[in-house]
Ligand binder design. Structure first.
Ligand SMILES: [Ca+2]
Length: 114
């Protein structure tokens, strides 16, 4: 599955900002989505059609099970621009996709690229 990395929080899905996000964060996202941290491809600097972000400056150390467990700014605080700071992610297919409903869960939205 390839798409724009997003977070579902309080019932609303918003993009994940690329500031400080790296390969380790991509691995945590794939683990959370599929139970497999293998990243086939990820890249910064994309436009996406979410018009907001839940959080920013996500820094993972690789021990987290969920993106929301990584260091990040307070919910709702960011300085990101959806025309240029979304993350495209392609995880290896492995394990079922988790239910994206719930607090701070990651999701990947296909066909969500401007
Ligand atoms: Ca930032």
């Amino acid at each position: 599955m390839t798409g724009i990395l997003s977070l579902n929080y309080q019932g609303e899905t918003r993009a994940v900002c690329d500031d400080h996000f790296d390969e380790t964060g991509a691995q945590v996202a794939c683990l959370e989505l599929h139970g497999d941290p293998t990243v086939i491809e990820y890249s910064h600097g994309h436009a996406c059609d979410y018009d907001n972000f839940w959080t920013d400056d996500i820094i993972c150390n690789g021990n987290e099970d969920r993106i929301s467990d990584c260091q990040h700014t307070a919910w709702g605080n960011h300085n990101c621009d959806h025309t240029s700071e979304c993350i495209q992610l392609y995880c290896a297919a492995g394990g079922p996709q988790i239910d994206v409903e719930g607090t701070g869960r990651v999701s990947v939205s296909e066909n969500n690229i401007l």
